[in-house]
Design a protein around this ligand. Structure first.
Ligand code: 3SL
Ligand code: MG
Length: 240
């Protein structure tokens, strides 16, 4: 089994996705929020790239059936019910509802891999669960990081490293099975764990801290808080 990491989405080809288990990571904060929404009892999640599309789908479903969530630049989209803080998605707001979400990077990353055989969503809070589920399929694994505005984002790279770290418990790897990007992500994760790499000084993380989202950042970096593994299929995200 080979493991590769794309540091930001949009660079993958159909070859990357063929016979591959894809794990999309947007740890700050889209995939973390989606895991929380499923844990909060959401019936399903519909990710849209465009905020207008989210509003149109909500209009069709009707207000009682759905809840609109998402952000631009970290801030809740005007007129939406929820922003992009994980704890907003854990409670009554989403229970038994269709959650329609549009975010700056995360929903674009998910949409970009829609032709893959299997797309899972990963974050720190489910890193071991998603590693185990991906390893169990036996296919090669491609971790697609959302990145931040079409640049690599250290928060996603560290999370990719954390997922790869967990995969060693469930699969044996020969020399060359982990791509150079996979090895770099593992190293970055190890450095974050031992304190020699300060994630809070990196671009997107620092921006969220400036916006007052410290609690979200801490929540998003908690490891293995849940076994939930979301899967994206036919435009919809549900539990595996
Ligand atoms: O880019 C995204 O999809 C968001 O998760 C970014 S933010 O953390 O809400 O700013
Ligand atoms: Mg992000």
């Amino acid at each position: 089994m080979k493991i590769d990491v794309l540091p930001y989405y949009g660079k993958q080809t159909d070859n990357h996705l063929y016979n591959t288990t894809v794990i999309v990571v947007d740890v700050l904060r889209a995939t973390t929020c989606m895991i929380c929404a499923l844990n909060g009892g959401a019936d399903k999640i519909v990710p849209t790239v465009d905020a207008g599309d989210a509003v149109a789908i909500a209009g069709r479903l009707g207000q009682r059936e759905c809840v609109l969530g998402g952000e631009r630049g970290g801030i809740k989209i005007s007129g939406f019910d929820l922003g992009n803080s994980p704890k907003e998605y854990l409670g009554r707001a989403v229970k038994n509802k269709t959650v329609i979400v549009s975010t700056t990077n995360g929903t674009g990353a998910i949409h970009s891999v829609r032709s893959a055989d299997m797309v899972m969503l990963g974050a720190m809070i489910n890193r071991t669960a998603v590693a185990k589920a991906a390893a169990a399929r036996g296919d090669d694994v491609l971790i697609v990081c959302a990145g931040t505005e079409h640049q690599p984002s250290a928060d996603d790279l560290c999370t990719a490293g954390a997922i790869i770290d967990a995969m060693h418990y469930y699969a044996d790897f020969a020399e060359g099975d982990l791509s150079d990007m996979a090895l770099i992500c593992e190293k970055l994760y190890a450095d974050m764990r031992d304190g020699s790499f300060d994630i809070k000084k990196t671009f997107h993380c620092a921006r969220l801290l400036r916006l007052g989202f410290e609690e979200d950042v801490d929540f998003c970096f908690e490891e293995d808080a849940t076994d939930t593994v979301p899967v994206y299929r036919d435009g919809i995200i549900q539990k595996l």
